[in-house]
Ligand binder design. Structure first.
Ligand SMILES: *[C@@H]1O[C@H](CO)[C@@H](O)[C@H](O)[C@H]1NC(C)=O
Ligand SMILES: *[C@@H]1O[C@H](CO)[C@@H](O)[C@H](O)[C@H]1NC(C)=O
Ligand SMILES: *[C@@H]1O[C@H](CO)[C@@H](O)[C@H](O)[C@H]1NC(C)=O
Ligand SMILES: *[C@@H]1O[C@H](CO)[C@@H](O)[C@H](O)[C@H]1NC(C)=O
Ligand SMILES: *[C@@H]1O[C@H](CO)[C@@H](O)[C@H](O)[C@H]1NC(C)=O
Length: 381
C-alpha cells in the first residue's frame, strides 16, 4: 500500500515535469490593447490614509490588544485577516499603529511549533500561506519603522515555512497535512525574495527559485499558464484557479529578476500579467464584465503583482512599454471601481459599512491594501 502511493507520487511529478513547466513561461507576446481609465476624483494616498485611520478606529480592540473581526464589536479574527491588515497598515501608517499590528501577531504564536497558528488557540493548526503573509507584514514593518527586530522575527518564520517542504518538492499548505498548495509555494517564494531585498542571503534566493520552479513545473495549466490550486501527496490535482496565485507569482518573479540572472524572470512575470488582463481586453478567466471578479481577499494579491511588476522592473522595447502601460492603467481602473463601489458607503457609516462585507476585517484590510497598491503607480484614481 505504502509502496503504491510512493509510485503514484513519483510518476505524477515525473510526468508533470516532462510535459510542461517553468521554461515554457516567458516567451509569449501578443497584441496589447490599451486600457483607459476614468478622470480621477481622489488621491490614492489620501484614500489609503483615511481608510487606514478608520481601520484603527473601528477594528482595533484596545481591551484585547488585538484587531476585532467585525467593526464595532469584539469578535476574535483568525490569522489571515490579521496578516493582511498587518501588511496593509505597515505600508505607510504611523509607527504606533504598525507596532500594535505587529504585536497582535504574538497572540497567534503557536506554543507547539515555530509558526503562527490559524487561531488564538495557539495550537498546531498552522497554514503556511497565512504565515507567509505574516512574514511580508513583518518585513514591511521593518522597512517602514527601521526596526530590524521585525526583520529577524520574519526570517525565523520564513525558516519555519522552509521546514515544511515535502520531501524535496513543494511546501505543504497545512502543517502535518498532505496538500501542496500553489499559493503556499508562491507566497513562500515572495517572502524569501522580500527578505533578500532587505538583506541578501543566498539560502533565501535559492529557496525562492526552488518554490517558483516547483510550482510552475507541477501546477501550471499548459493552456493559459495560470496555476492550479494544488496537488496532494498522492498526486491528485485540484484544478481550481484563482487570481491570487498568479499575483503572488508575478510579484515573486519581479523581485527575483532584480537579484538573479539565471533565467529571464521578468518575462515570466510579464507573461502572467499580460495574460491575466487578457492583453488589455479584460476578459481572462479572472474577469466578469471587464472587472476582476475574485473577492478582494484574493484579488489584492493580483493587484500587488501588477504594482510590483511595473515599479520593481522596467520595460524594454515597444511591446513591453505598451504592456506596462496597460497593466498600470488596469490597476488604477480596478482601484477606482472599488472606490466607487465602497468608499461612499464606508464614509457614510462612520468608517465601516455593512455594504459589500466591508464591516469585516479581511475585506477591509484587502481593500486598504489595494488602495495602497494603486498609490504606488498613480497619484490619483
Ligand atoms: C518611525 O520610526 C522611524 C525610525 O525610528 C522614524 O524614522 C520615522 O520618522 C518614524 N515615523 C513616524 C511617523 O513617527
Ligand atoms: C523594535 O520593536 C520591538 C518589538 O515591538 C521592540 O521591543 C523594540 O523596543 C523596538 N526597537 C526600537 C529601537 O524601537
Ligand atoms: C522522496 O523523494 C525521493 C527522491 O525524489 C523519492 O525517490 C521517494 O519516493 C520520495 N518519497 C516519498 C515518501 O514521497
Ligand atoms: C542565511 O539564512 C540561513 C537560514 O536562516 C542562515 O542559516 C544563515 O546563517 C544566513 N546567512 C547569513 C550570512 O546570515
Ligand atoms: C460603528 O460605530 C460608529 C460610532 O459609534 C457609528 O457611527 C457607525 O455607524 C457604526 N457602524 C456600524 C456598521 O455599526
Amino acid at each position: 500500500m505504502v509502496f503504491l502511493v510512493v509510485l503514484a507520487l513519483a510518476s505524477f511529478f515525473a510526468a508533470a515535469i516532462a510535459d510542461d513547466g517553468i521554461d515554457q513561461l516567458g516567451s509569449y507576446s501578443t497584441n496589447i490593447v490599451s486600457v483607459t481609465t476614468k478622470d480621477p476624483v481622489a488621491s490614492a494616498t489620501e484614500v489609503y490614509e483615511s481608510l487606514g485611520r478608520n481601520i484603527v478606529d473601528r477594528f482595533w480592540d484596545s481591551e484585547n490588544d488585538l484587531w476585532t473581526n467585525q467593526c464595532n464589536t469584539s469578535s476574535t479574527p483568525v490569522l489571515w485577516p490579521v496578516a493582511v491588515v498587518g501588511k496593509a497598515v505597515s505600508n505607510d501608517m504611523d509607527n504606533t499603529t504598525i507596532h500594535k499590528a505587529m504585536n497582535a501577531f504574538s497572540q497567534y504564536r503557536s506554543t507547539q511549533a515555530a509558526g503562527y497558528s490559524a487561531t488564538t488557540a495557539r495550537d498546531g493548526d498552522i497554514y503556511t500561506d497565512d504565515d507567509a503573509q505574516v512574514v511580508w507584514a513583518l518585513y514591511k514593518a521593518s522597512q517602514t519603522t527601521s526596526n530590524t527586530s521585525f526583520f529577524e522575527v520574519g526570517n525565523d518564520l520564513l525558516d519555519y515555512i522552509r521546514s515544511q517542504e515535502y520531501n524535496g518538492t513543494g511546501i505543504l499548505w497545512s502543517v502535518k497535512g498532505n496538500y501542496l498548495a500553489s499559493i503556499s509555494n508562491v507566497e513562500a517564494a515572495l517572502a524569501a525574495v522580500k527578505s533578500y531585498e532587505i538583506k541578501p542571503n543566498n539560502t533565501y534566493l535559492q529557496f525562492a527559485i526552488h518554490c517558483l520552479t516547483w510550482t510552475f513545473d507541477n501546477l501550471m495549466d499548459s493552456q493559459n499558464h495560470f496555476l492550479y490550486d494544488g496537488v496532494d501527496t498522492n498526486g491528485n490535482v485540484n484544478r481550481g484557479q484563482l487570481s491570487y496565485t498568479v499575483g503572488a507569482a508575478i510579484s515573486g518573479f519581479s523581485f527575483l529578476s532584480k537579484f538573479d540572472n539565471s533565467k529571464d524572470w521578468k518575462s515570466k512575470a510579464l507573461e502572467l500579467a499580460v495574460r491575466a488582463i487578457g492583453a488589455g481586453n479584460l476578459n481572462s478567466i479572472f474577469y466578469s464584465d471587464t472587472y476582476v471578479h475574485d473577492d478582494v481577499k484574493y484579488s489584492h494579491l493580483l493587484f500587488a503583482g501588477f504594482a510590483d511588476l511595473v515599479t520593481e522592473t522596467s520595460p524594454r522595447g515597444n511591446y513591453e512599454v505598451q504592456a506596462y502601460n496597460a497593466i498600470k492603467a488596469e490597476l488604477v481602473r480596478e482601484a477606482r471601481h472599488l472606490y466607487d463601489e465602497y468608499y461612499g458607503s464606508i464614509a457614510a457609516s462612520g468608517g465601516c459599512s455593512s455594504a459589500g462585507q466591508m464591516n469585516d476585517l479581511l475585506h477591509y484590510g484587502s481593500l486598504l491594501e489595494i488602495f495602497y497598491q494603486a498609490s504606488r503607480v498613480s497619484g490619483s484614481f
